[in-house]
Design a protein around this ligand. Structure first.
Ligand SMILES: [Zn+2]
Length: 300
């Protein structure tokens, strides 16, 4: 059974800017990532579309869904759902909460990504964070729909808001997304309605990458930051000089097979694994060609 992850996005583009790298990275490693877009962001995050003459709410929603589906295909999303709960403000009912509880129990995610707890610029984002946390807790409750498999304790990571300082968001985890950066950029370019954000989030990824390199001594170029809600449960407080990349149980097994495993040098299987993550080759063909390529590959 594949590992799974759940991303709860208030609007249909949020998951791309803030978690596209994490999604692509895990998808490339065989994880099944489910993305829920609770609304299209049709009123508050589609200014460019509204400037077109004769635009209607339904057309904006259709455009937003098309963009998000294309981005999800580029990132390798397993399942993307659009709940159309409205935006500015989003309407989060009790029925929607139980619907999200059902998703938690069906997907059984190994981790959850959602928005920051605060955002003075956007009420929908923290409302969705609170809603997601509430659903997670309900999914853990044995008394809710007894007989279903209850949820374990998946960690919840809050992805980066647009202005972190104003949102009291502080990253305590930096993810190296260098191997999948081209994919994230391609997904970003699918969001034609918010072209003004493309370069902004490219700069954010570079900044987080530089900080990841500074904090790890690894050659990280592109990164994503996350803030944990719960304490990390770990088995070691530092990576071993002799076994720098692997969790202890796997490493013990591999070390027997490759006793010459040198400090700082990935074991042969790790090199193979790294090679498994497909990269776009420059010159990059552009998002449309990329999606067409993916569709062709899926049907061949
Ligand atoms: Zn949003």
């Amino acid at each position: 059974m594949a590992d799974t992850a759940l991303v709860v996005s208030a609007h249909s583009a949020d998951f791309v800017w803030r978690a596209g790298g994490a999604i692509a990275l895990h998808a490339a490693r065989g994880w099944q990532v489910t993305v829920l877009c609770l609304s299209y962001g049709e009123r508050g995050e589609s200014a460019k579309l509204w400037r077109q003459p004769g635009m209607t709410l339904e057309r904006v929603k259709a455009e937003r869904e098309k963009e998000a589906r294309a981005a999800a295909a580029v990132l390798g999303v397993h399942d993307i759902q659009f709940w159309d709960l409205g935006d500015y403000p989003i309407a989060l009912s009790r029925d929607s909460l139980f619907r999200l509880v059902d998703v938690f129990r069906a997907v059984q995610p190994r981790f959850v990504l959602t928005h920051s707890k605060e955002d003075p610029y956007n009420h929908d984002h923290p409302a969705v964070t609170d809603f997601t946390q509430n659903a997670r807790i309900t999914a853990q409750a044995h008394g809710h729909n007894p007989g279903q498999t209850v949820l374990g304790a998946p960690p919840v990571y809050l992805f980066e808001p647009h202005q972190p300082e104003q949102c009291n968001w502080r990253p305590d985890m930096l993810l190296d997304i260098t191997p999948v950066w081209e994919r994230k950029r391609a997904a970003i370019e699918c969001m034609a309605g918010q072209e003004h954000l493309w370069e902004y989030y490219t700069r954010v990824a570079l900044q987080r990458g530089a900080q990841a390199a500074r904090n790890s001594e690894k050659p990280v170029k592109w990164g994503e930051g996350f803030q944990s809600v719960f304490p990390h449960v770990v088995e070691t407080l530092g990576l071993s000089r002799h076994r720098p990349y692997l969790p202890m149980h796997r490493c013990d097994r591999r070390a027997k097979k490759w006793p010459s495993h040198r400090p700082g040098v990935p074991a042969p299987h790790r090199r193979r694994q790294a090679a498994c993550i497909p990269r776009a080759k420059p010159p990059y063909p552009g998002p449309r060609a990329w999606v067409a390529q993916l569709v062709r590959a899926r049907h061949s």
